[in-house]
Design a protein around this ligand. Structure first.
Ligand code: 5GP
Length: 217
């Protein structure tokens, strides 16, 4: 394919601890960028009222998911809060072959699996302003009780400990600013002019700075 001269799409993997605002950021990125297509994952989680099969997820039962694992259909899959989630090769390859960039919104273990598989992708980690702020946001949702929130915060800490998987990190303090920063990374990666974004949003520097100022509790 590389000999054809046609541009192959790029894959962008975006992960974040639960409550960071990842889904909102991904929706905005997709709405503003026709060159970016969402990778529709498979999951065994039941659909939420607002979700449509084939658009938000391919909703399948455990037996079907296991069959897809056995047939080697997944680039990665992971269990998260009791349900299975996976990115099929089909969800990414046809877009990439068509020269369209693909956005994988997946949790951190899945991102690590994509990295370990040496799948070519740009890995972007979103951070909450601080763990205290994440606690406030999770409580503000009003959907989870105290025990669940404590579990999610513990999960967030363990996800933060896997930050080295990522190339870039962006702090979601202000939503529009975070979206703009991720767009800068995407634009730079598309044009292969990444020196500036690596200096600004390189994961190592951002996470070190974040830990200095923001990791509390
Ligand atoms: P939710 O159930 O809230 O839609 O998603 C739960 C978590 O699973 C989120 O962190 C979401 O990004 C992640 N997720 C969605 N699709 C995939 C996937 O294909 N693979 C992995 N590993 N995680 C996924």
């Amino acid at each position: 394919m590389s000999g054809s001269g046609a541009r192959r799409g790029k894959a962008f993997v975006i992960s974040a601890p639960s409550g960071t605002g990842k889904t909102t950021i991904c929706h905005k990125l997709l709405a503003q960028d026709p060159q970016l297509r969402f990778s529709v994952s498979h999951t065994t989680r039941p659909p939420r009222p607002t979700e449509t099969s084939g658009i938000d997820y391919h909703f399948v039962d455990e037996a079907e998911f296991e069959r897809l694992i056995a047939s080697g259909s997944f680039l990665e899959h992971a269990r998260y809060t009791g349900n299975l989630y996976g990115t099929s090769y089909a969800a990414v390859e046809s877009s990439l072959d068509d020269g369209i960039d693909v956005l994988l919104e997946i949790e951190v273990q899945g991102a690590k699996l994509v990295r370990d598989a040496r799948f070519e992708a740009v890995f972007i980690f979103l951070l909450p302003p601080s763990l205290d702020e994440l606690d406030v946001r999770l409580r503000g949702r009003g959907t989870d009780d105290d025990a669940v929130i404590r579990k999610r915060l513990a999960e967030a800490r363990s996800e933060l400990s896997m930050a080295e998987v990522f190339d870039y990190a962006v702090v979601n303090d202000d939503l529009d600013t975070a979206v703009e920063q991720v767009q800068q990374i995407i634009r730079a990666e598309r044009s292969d002019e990444t020196d500036e974004v690596k200096a600004r949003y390189g994961r190592e520097g951002v996470v070190a700075e974040w830990r200095k100022g923001a990791e509390k509790g």
